[in-house]
Design a protein around this ligand. Structure first.
Ligand SMILES: Nc1ncnc2c1ncn2[C@@H]1O[C@H](COP(=O)(O)OP(=O)(O)OP(=O)(O)O)[C@@H](O)[C@H]1O
Ligand SMILES: [Mg+2]
Length: 264
């Protein structure tokens, strides 16, 4: 008798649905997204020219920028939907929704290790300034932190992060420690040397394979073409196209508004 071959079920992932989301600054509309669903595929890209509204849209999803209009809803793998656009920004991690930043403004005052220990505790207790037992936290998260630091080439965890690249990597590690179910990365490889870009990409592939939904904004399009299962193209505040990397790369609109001729 031939045994039935059962294909493994695709990993269930959370989805984020954005509907009628509008944001203006100084009377100028910078984001105007009718409908967008993120998380259908394991790794999705959001690309577009400078000023298209990519960072603003991600910050609207995180509710670190309030929407003028519209809604952002999380559909978790299990449990009821969550209206992210009504949730305070500091409660996103509790629902597994985490974002790295395009411009890093922290990690200046604490050592590398302390920044990451703090990140490990923050979302669990949601009281960042509560006194916690440093030793206990170190015992629980120290080895995971050490593994990431080693992987990304940090040699002294007691030092301060100095370069923009180091801060970028620490911000990514901070996100990973939270074990997100939905991770948004805003230009995670900008300014990193090739070898570290490869490591970041390998890490993204790994967590996506384990079930995290990843959305990545990046101008290094080699990263987008090689990582993403689906790409959304944004221009002048609107998400105008969706498709697989190859079709987006060749699309007339993308060539005209972003890539320029002769890119392929
Ligand atoms: N806090 C703000 N106040 C005023 N204008 C803003 C603010 N944040 C963003 N903008 C404007 O909104 C528009 C979209 O900016 P955003 O940073 O979202 O673009 P982006 O697609 O992320 O660009 P880039 O690829 O350069 O990072 C730009 O015109 C920008 O100047
Ligand atoms: Mg941006």
């Amino acid at each position: 008798m031939v045994a039935d071959v059962v294909a493994p079920a695709p990993a269930a992932r959370p989805q984020i649905r954005i509907e009628g989301a509008v944001k203006s600054f100084g009377g100028h509309v910078v984001v105007d997204v009718d409908e967008l669903v993120l998380g259908d595929r394991p790794i999705e890209g959001l690309i577009g020219p400078n000023g298209a509204g990519k960072t603003t849209l991600m910050r609207m999803i995180m509710h670190s920028i309030p929407l003028d209009r519209g809604s952002v809803t999380l559909r978790p793998v299990d449990g009821p939907e969550v209206a992210l656009s009504k949730l305070p920004a500091d409660q996103m991690a509790r629902h597994g929704v985490v974002k790295s930043n395009q411009v890093i403004t922290d990690f200046d005052k604490l050592t590398i290790l302390d920044s990451l220990l703090l990140a490990s505790t923050e979302h669990r207790y949601e009281q960042p300034y509560r006194v916690f037992s440093e030793e206990l936290v170190f015992e629980r998260y120290g080895s995971e932190i050490a593994r990431y630091l080693d992987y990304f080439g940090f040699t002294d965890a007691r030092a301060l992060a100095l370069s923009a690249g180091e801060k970028k990597l620490l911000d990514i590690i901070r996100c990973l420690l939270v074990k997100p179910s939905f991770l948004m990365l805003d230009e995670p490889t900008a300014g990193l040397p090739g070898e570290l870009t490869e490591k970041v990409m390998a890490t993204i592939r790994e967590i996506a394979a384990a079930g995290t939904a990843v959305v990545i904004v990046e101008h290094d399009l080699n990263v987008i073409w090689s990582l993403c299962d689906e790409v959304h193209f944004m221009a002048e505040g609107k998400v105008v196209l969706h498709g697989d990397p190859q079709s987006i790369r060749e699309h007339r609109t993308v060539v005209e508004k972003y890539l320029g001729e002769g890119h392929v």
